[in-house]
Structures are given as structure tokens and as C-alpha cells.
Design a protein around this ligand. Structure first.
Ligand code: ARG
Length: 405
């Protein structure tokens, strides 16, 4: 009998997928539940979820704790790359899929499975990430996508679960699609499908204002990686959690955007990612202090490409690896501290930065008596810098001197 390893979340779709694959394709199903930092307050215990997978008919449900892996490998890379898809989205779901894929493939080998499966529909990015990622690590494995085949609406799925006594928590009224991990939350559907409608507060858990006291917090970096808060060394997973709490409570970190999915659909998305946005902002600011000008500029161009690749499911790809090697090289001196301040709800600012590797030179920058800059050197520099423009202007005659007449 064919054996399939399913990326299992415990939600309605993946629970129904277990039974549906058994009934439709006569396969054995092993579930893999990967903990990438889903908030235990908003989900149930992993034991409850595991029991549901077994109730749905899985022969086994393996729970993998991948929180540190998610933080130290994936979130750290996102910080180093200042990764914001379309300039806004810190890649929350895009980052967790390759982590899940890695464990799916591991478990597929362990259980001698011929295929892996996911619960994505045909309309989103996650199917791309699961499939391209799996084939990058295991070109021989088949990838199954039951939710692209079954043609059930959400209400049909709820009925199907009832019919097979699968103990789901979802109901026909539960309208939001939420995906979460250490790096933040993605909230879709319901009234948000109208891009003009303001996002509802109800499904937001990280960024609801709970604390209006001002906050100052200092983030320490070593070689591009956040390592401490106010001098206290923390694991990256703990540091992210702590910042999510501190900044989210003050209303920072919500993103409301219309984004371009890989499959050609524009979708309205609301994200909650306080730590992700703050760490990227702080890291970028530290880079401004320590990176040489050309490196800083070239890196910024490549960051956009890196974020697109990861969004598009190309985590395991040669271009992404090559960009990583370049970014790695740039991070050697990105060590120091950045002070973040929140003085009004939702408003975060960098209010200071320092580093032993700063290229900021007080003598060169100052306008006071300590000035060491050779002002006379600029005369020849500016003349030659502007020479081509001057030559061009002379050829134009008076044509450009009164552009509006
Ligand atoms: N649009 C985001 C992305 O593609 C969020 C996807 C959220 N996934 C989900 N199954 N609700 O990264």
C-alpha cells in the first residue's frame, strides 16, 4: 500500500485530508506536525492535535519541535537579508514552509513513504513552496494535494468531518484563515476580502493595544544576528517572542496590504509581525552605520530579489544560496546595538545606534571646530563630477535655462 506523509496542522483541511486520501486513494497516511512557534495561547495542545490526526485515520502523527531551527536558520536569514516582499511583508508563511518541507522529507524517508502531501488549495503560494521545496530536496518523491482535487467547499468539509467523527474545532461560521509562526501571523478572508474594508480587531492577537506606556529597548547584534535585549543574552526564539509581546502590546507591527501572489492573484492580507519588522528595521539601521557605501547599496538591490525568491518557494535554490553567500560576507562587521523607542501606540522609531565597527567618523561628519575634513579637496572633485553635465548644458545653449517657458 502506498504511504503518504502529510504536513498536518490540525485544522479543518488537513484533518479532512487524512480521511479523504485514505478513502479516495487507498493510501496509508503518516501526519507530521511541525512546531514553528504557533502561539500556544491561540492553538490547542499538540497532544490534542495529534489525537485528532489519529482519529481521522492516520497510522502515526509525529510532532517535531522546530522552533529553534525556525529562529536560528530561517528568521536569522530574513533579518540578515532585511527581507520584505514588495517592500512590506516579512515573509511569515514563506519562511515556515521550507522548515516544514525539510521535516516532511525526513519523515518520508524514515517511514519509507513514496509521497508527501499538503492541504493547500490551488489558489495560494503555499502549494508552490511545498512542491518546489520538496522536489529540491527529494526529486523522487511524489507530491499530493488533495484539497486541489476534492472540490469541497468549507461547509462540505465541515460535513465530511462530522460524517467521519473527526473532532474538529472549526465551524461553518469560522471565517478567517490564519497562519502563524514565530515570525508573525497572516490573517485572511472574511470582511478583509474587500480591500476597502478596515480589518476587524477580532482575529488579531499580537497587535491589539494593551499597553500605552512608552518603551525603550536596546537590541544587540553580532555578525548580523540579534543576540540580546537590553544587554541580556537570549536565544533568538526567545528574543523574538519577547519583542512580539513588548511591541505588539503597544500596537506596533500590523501590516495591511494588497500583495501579488505567485499564481497571479492579487490578495488583501493583514499581518501581525512586531518582532520581524522591528528587527529588520534595527538591523538595517546598524548596516547603515557599518557597511561601506557600495556594499550597502548593492546589498539593498539583492535583498529585493532574495525576498522574491523566498516568497516564490525557492528557498532551496542555487540563486538563493549564492545570494546567501554574498550576504554572509557582508555581515562580518554588523555587530553593535540599536535602541528602539515606542512613544505612541503603533509608532516605532530607531533612536540610537552604535558599533565598534562604525564607519561613522565624527571628525569627518562634524560642523564644529573638531572638523578634520579637507574642504579644499572638494573643489576639484565637484568640478570633475559635474563636468559631463556642464558640457551637455553648454551644447544645449539656453534651451534648458527656463524649463517652464
Ligand atoms: N499571503 C501570505 C503568503 O503567501 C500568507 C499565506 C498564509 N497562508 C495561509 N494558508 N493562510 O506568504
Amino acid at each position: 500500500m502506498k504511504r503518504v506523509v502529510l504536513a498536518y496542522s490540525g485544522g479543518l483541511d488537513t484533518s479532512v485530508a487524512v480521511r479523504w486520501m485514505i478513502e479516495t486513494w487507498a493510501v496509508e497516511v503518516v501526519c507530521v506536525l511541525v512546531d514553528v512557534g504557533q502561539d500556544p495561547d491561540t492553538t490547542e495542545s499538540f497532544e490534542d492535535i495529534r489525537a485528532r490526526a489519529l482519529a481521522a485515520g492516520a497510522i502515526e502523527c509525529v510532532v517535531v519541535d522546530a522552533r529553534d531551527e525556525m529562529a536560528e536558520e530561517f528568521c536569522a536569514a530574513a533579518v540578515r537579508s532585511n527581507a520584505l516582499y514588495e517592500g512590506k511583508y516579512p515573509l511569515v508563511s514563506s519562511l515556515s514552509r521550507p522548515v516544514i518541507v525539510r521535516h516532511l522529507v525526513d519523515q518520508a524517508r524514515r517511514f519509507n513513504a513514496q509521497a508527501v502531501a499538503h492541504g493547500c488549495t490551488g489558489k495560494g503560494n503555499d502549494q508552490v513552496r511545498f512542491e518546489v521545496g520538496t522536489h529540491a530536496l527529494a526529486p523522487d518523491l511524489e507530491v499530493l494535494a488533495p484539497a486541489r482535487n476534492w472540490g469541497m467547499t468549507r461547509a462540505d468539509s465541515v460535513d465530511y468531518a462530522e460524517q467521519w467523527s473527526i473532532p474538529i474545532r472549526a465551524s461553518k461560521e469560522k471565517i478567517y484563515s490564519i497562519d502563524e509562526n514565530l515570525w508573525g501571523r497572516a490573517v485572511e478572508c472574511g470582511e478583509m476580502e474587500d480591500p476597502w474594508a478596515a480589518p476587524p480587531e477580532e482575529p488579531m492577537t499580537l497587535t491589539r493595544v494593551r499597553d500605552t506606556t512608552p518603551l525603550e529597548v536596546t537590541v544587540g547584534f553580532e555578525a548580523g544576528v540579534p543576540v540580546s535585549l537590553d544587554g541580556e543574552r537570549l536565544s533568538l526564539a526567545d528574543l523574538i517572542k519577547r519583542l512580539n509581546d513588548l511591541l505588539g502590546a503597544r500596537g506596533f507591527g500590523r501590516i495591511d496590504m494588497v500583495e501579488n501572489r505567485r499564481v497571479g492573484i492579487k490578495s488583501r492580507e493583514v499581518y501581525e509581525c512586531p518582532a520581524a519588522l522591528a528587527l529588520i528595521q534595527a538591523h538595517q539601521d546598524l548596516e547603515d552605520l557599518v557597511l561601506e557605501r557600495d556594499v550597502r547599496h548593492e546589498k539593498a538591490r539583492l535583498e529585493t530579489r532574495w525576498a522574491e525568491l523566498v516568497y516564490d518557494g525557492m528557498w532551496f535554490s542555487p540563486l538563493k544560496e549564492a545570494l546567501d553567500a554574498f550576504f554572509d560576507e557582508t555581515q562580518r562587521h554588523v555587530s553593535g546595538e540599536v535602541r528602539l523607542s515606542v512613544h505612541a501606540p503603533g509608532l516605532l522609531r530607531v533612536s540610537g545606534r552604535r558599533s565598534p565597527h562604525a564607519l561613522y567618523d565624527y571628525g569627518l561628519a562634524t560642523y564644529d571646530a573638531a572638523d578634520t575634513f579637507e574642504h579644499a579637496d572638494s573643489e576639484g572633485f565637484v568640478k570633475i563630477f559635474g563636468l559631463s553635465i556642464k558640457t551637455w548644458a553648454q551644447r544645449q545653449g539656453a534651451k534648458n535655462s527656463h524649463p517652464r517657458s
